[in-house]
Structures are given as structure tokens and as C-alpha cells.
Design a protein around this ligand. Sequence first.
Ligand SMILES: Cc1cc2nc3c(=O)[nH]c(=O)nc-3n(C[C@H](O)[C@H](O)[C@H](O)COP(=O)(O)OP(=O)(O)OC[C@H]3O[C@@H](n4cnc5c(N)ncnc54)[C@H](O)[C@@H]3O)c2cc1C
Length: 411
Amino acid sequence: MSEQQTEKSPARNVVIVGAGMAGVQSAVALREAGFAGPVTLIGAEPHQPYDRPPLSKAVLLGKAEDSAFDVDFEALDITLRLGLDVTALRAADHLLDTADGPVPYDALIIATGAEPVALPGSEGVPGVHLLCTLDDAARLRPVLERQHDVVVVGAGWIGAEFATAARAAGCAVTVVEAAARPLAGTLPAEVTAPMTAWYAESGAELLTGARVDRVEEGAVVLADGRALPAGAVVVGIGARPATGWLAGSGVALGPDGSVTADSALRTSLPDVYAVGDCASFPSARYGARLLVHHWDNALQGPRTAAASITAAGTGAPLPVHDPVPYFWSEQFGRFVQYAGHHADADTLLWRGDGADPAWSVCWLREGALVAVLAVGRPRDLAQGRRLIESGAALDPEKAADPAVPLKSAAL
Ligand SMILES: Cc1cc2nc3c(=O)[nH]c(=O)nc-3n(C[C@H](O)[C@H](O)[C@H](O)COP(=O)(O)OP(=O)(O)OC[C@H]3O[C@@H](n4cnc5c(N)ncnc54)[C@H](O)[C@@H]3O)c2cc1C
């Protein structure tokens, strides 16, 4: 018997907290699943719900004004309550606390996403930015337009995408990374080696093994005493589930701060579900609990949560959320895509040469494909994703030949 609660009666009124990708998709998925009861979507941000990936791409460069979701909330009879912070969950009473008073729910979907980790001591220092919200992107656009000297702290996905945009805008860019290489926590050194060269090629300076001691107005001071002049500082050092408001609610959280959902995305509390960047789930496919901070997971999870809610109390089988994780990044003129999870892989195969514009790597475990990273090779990604889904074993020699379609390497 799992620690998760089973539903007792069909839900009548669903409230969703968090109006980002996962919250909006949850509302849409409920309607698509035939749920006809009231659906209320509460979001802290004042803006019409919007998509985040364009914030570090087209929106940042002024090529798009915003990235509002193309969803007709009125036609779907979804009540939007924007600019409203939910401050607490009182599960025993099936109530949420907000500045506008308590909000009752029969079923609740937690979709509060993730918030960026701030650089200690940098909060409140003028010229220091995060890149998570539409407001953040709006504040950063003039930085790019005025071609400030920019220091980016963190050579992760967001740091690389911001550096790309800032270079495209003509800024002088220095990227400071505490680890010995970009994406150190995410990809093996062998795979990040070619990526390291992308920084220099774009004209950005990448300083690795460089720890920030402090940020002052106009400068980033490193632990070795070097002071880097900075018209603006952009911090991209990770994100944590936005679950602080759940303190005292009794909902089970993991050590990473995520709401620990089960495979049907039910939480430890009755009638409470969790989706997107704030929720981890047990992956039978990978034998691990996964916390995925990527767009596709915020698209897939809501379908499971909606199906869980509509199945509750009906005796219908529960859905299972165990997708092959997928994400993409657009950096330094390249389209980088990743599918799978390579933590337990035993073999790494290259398809092509990392010095070339397009290449891929495949991770195998006991002969089966478990993850693929494709740079400018979207077919490898699409085929690899399907092979991972089916658990296909690959002929390693064929898989390592970039001239052979990846699907033809399946045994
Ligand atoms: C700049 C940027 C670029 C990205 N680019 C990519 C990309 O290229 N590819 C990719 O795969 N992924 C990308 N991502 C990740 C992707 O956008 C996220 O995985 C996705 O947005 C997660 O959706 P979510 O709804 O779970 O969370 P969020 O989008 O974070 O939405 C959560 C919402 O909940 C609100 N909220 C939080 N707490 C409360 C509260 N107590 N009360 C009310 N509302 C609350 C927040 O204000 C927020 O609007 C990017 C993310 C960022 C920030």
C-alpha cells in the first residue's frame, strides 16, 4: 500500500495553483478529459498566462513581445484569478489561503513551478538579474539594447541561452562557472567538451573553476580576487521547486523541495495532485524518482493529473506518468535536444564528431538505448526517443555510424 491517498468521491470543483505551463495545461486537460465542473486557475503573476522558453530567446531579443498561451479560457469556462498569491494549504478543511480570502476546493492541483536560486549576497544589489519571469525578461531587454558588459553567473542551460542572446545583441559577455566545465551536473565531461568551445566561438569569455566571492554594483568579484566589470549581472545557477507556501500543510516533500507525487501524480494528501517543475514522480522506466524542470514534463503531467481526477472514485484504472523526459535548448546557433535519463548508463556512443556542426551521443544500458543528446540532428532525437520508449536494444556499431539512421540500429 503506497503512502499516497486514494480518492473517495468524484471531484466537483477543481482549483489549480500556479498559472504557468503545467497549471494552464491542467485546466485544458480537465476539459479535454470531459470534466464539466468549475475549474479555477490561480496565478501569482499579474500577466495573462505565458510560456517561459521564449523568455531566454525571442522575447529577450525583442523578436516577440510576449509568449502568452493561445488558450481561450473563457470559451473553456476556466476562471482565471491572476496576481493572487496562494499563501497556505489547509488540507483538513479543503481550503487555500489567499489575500482575497479562503478558496475552497474539492480537488487541488499544485502547479507552482520552480523559482531560480539567488546568488547569496546578490539580492538587492542594483544591476543583478534572474531570468525566470516575463518581468525579468522585460528588465533584461534594455540591458541588451544598451549593449552593457554582462557577467553571467552559471554556465547551465539558462546561462548559455542568455549568453547567446547577449552576444547576438552585441554585449561583451563573460560567463563565470564554479565547476570545471559547463553543465557539469548534467552531462559528462566528454560531451560538454565541444560545448565549451561554443562560448569562445560566439565571442563570449567562459571562466571555469571561477567562484564568485561577491557581487558589487558594477562588478563581480571572484574568490581569487579578480574583479570583473559588469554593467549587468545575470544569475543562472539553478532552480528549486516553489513549494515554500506548502510548509505546515502536511503534504510530503522530498529533500529537493519537490512535492513527492505518486505515478498517478497524487500527493500524500487526499484530493491533492501535483504537476510540472514543483513535483517529482517515481519513474519505473528509470528506477528512480525524477524531478524534471523542463517544458515537456509540464505538458505531459497535466494529462495524467486530469485523468487521475476524472478517474477518482469511479473505479477506472489510474493513469501512469512515466514519460521519457525530453527538453531542448537553443544556444550559440545550435539546436540541442535531449531525451531520456542517462544516470545508470554503461555505454556512451558518439554519432559524429563533436567539432562538427551536427552530432549526437547515445547512452546505452545493457545494450538498450536509455538517452540521446542531439546537436542539430533532430531525426536522431525523434528516432531515439521512440527507441527509448520501446526499450529497444541497439547494434552499437550501427548506432555509432552517423550515416545510418538511428532506428536502423535497433536489434
Ligand atoms: C527562461 C527560461 C527558459 C526555458 N527554456 C526552456 C527550453 O528551451 N526548453 C525546455 O524544455 N524548458 C525550458 N524552460 C523550462 C520550462 O519553461 C519549465 O519547465 C516550465 O515552465 C514549467 O512549467 P510549470 O508550470 O511547472 O512552472 P512555471 O512555468 O514556473 O509556472 C509556475 C507558476 O506558478 C506561480 N506560483 C508560484 N507560487 C505560487 C503561489 N504560491 N500562488 C500562486 N501562484 C504561484 C508562479 O508565479 C508561476 O507563474 C525554461 C525556463 C525558463 C525560466
